[in-house]
Design a protein around this ligand. Structure first.
Ligand code: ADP
Length: 241
């Protein structure tokens, strides 16, 4: 099992953002957390990432209890909206950042970093742009740099929070397809948050539908569409974004 969330709850003051959630994410799967705004998707993702501490419950990575381990120990790659690229660093430096801040013993040599970043640039199809700065790139290209930066640390788990949120429809469409292909190639256990059902249904192996801090249904896109578990899921999926 890639990730297991067991009876996890998180409150902010008296507001229960995530309520007794249990979820299993098999290794190598691409799972979407889908639900209306305020349903607890980002909080659940942050709990998995170790950026929030659960009030209750446990989180396992590959069978090991990570509930009380720090973010840095989790071998997780993030693409979060507020984790923007460093504007004063060029693309090469942005991608290399995660490798350079590793503990001394685990830090690759200069040559290794060069090779790894070059390989990542190829993977995200941005060869030749190493010397550019973020401001010189399009939104879609910047998003691919953010992904390359997340992948640089060779994560076992990739967590994406509305990764294509701010982009226009055509670019979103291209990036979805591209991320899906990349996922097929790398098979990293991936969880991404979206409020866009089309995005979730098109990209994910499994969809988790959330409402008011709870999970309403987990299933393949086909299952949730064909057999909505309850009235909420039925209404939510029937709604046009
Ligand atoms: P979603 O990602 O589904 O839109 P969130 O997980 O971001 O939902 O938020 C769920 C609820 O928890 C929201 O009502 C939000 O205002 C609240 N919330 C999230 N983070 C915090 C925080 N750090 N402090 C207080 N309230 C928060």
């Amino acid at each position: 099992m890639g990730i297991e969330v067991r009876n996890v709850s998180k409150a902010f003051g008296s507001f229960q953002a995530v309520q007794n959630v249990s979820l299993k994410i098999p290794t190598g799967q691409l799972m979407a957390l889908l639900g209306p705004s305020g349903s607890g998707k980002t909080t659940l993702l942050r709990l998995i990432a170790g950026m929030e501490r659960a009030d209750q419950g446990q989180i396992f990575f590959h069978g090991e209890d990570y509930t009380n381990r720090r973010v840095q120990e989790r071998k997780v790659g993030f693409v979060f909206q507020h984790y923007a690229l460093f504007q004063h660093m060029n693309i090469f430096e942005n991608i290399a950042f995660g490798l350079k801040v590793r503990p001394r013993k685990k830090r690759p040599s200069k040559q290794e970093i060069y090779e790894r970043v070059t390989e990542l640039l190829r993977l995200v199809q941005l060869e030749g742009l190493a010397k550019r700065y973020p401001a010189q790139l399009s939104g879609g290209q910047r998003q691919r740099v953010a992904l390359a930066r997340a992948l640089a640390v060779e994560p076992k788990v990739l967590l994406l929070d509305e990764p294509f949120g701010a982009l226009d429809a055509k670019v979103r469409q291209d990036l979805r397809r591209w991320l899906r292909q990349l996922h097929e190639k790398l098979q990293i256990t991936t969880v991404f948050v979206t409020h866009d059902q089309e995005e979730a249904l098109e990209m994910a192996d499994q969809v988790v539908i959330m409402n008011r801090g709870r999970i309403e249904q987990v299933g393949t896109p086909e299952e949730v569409y064909r057999s909505p578990a309850n009235a909420f899921v039925y209404t939510f999926l029937g709604r046009v974004n």
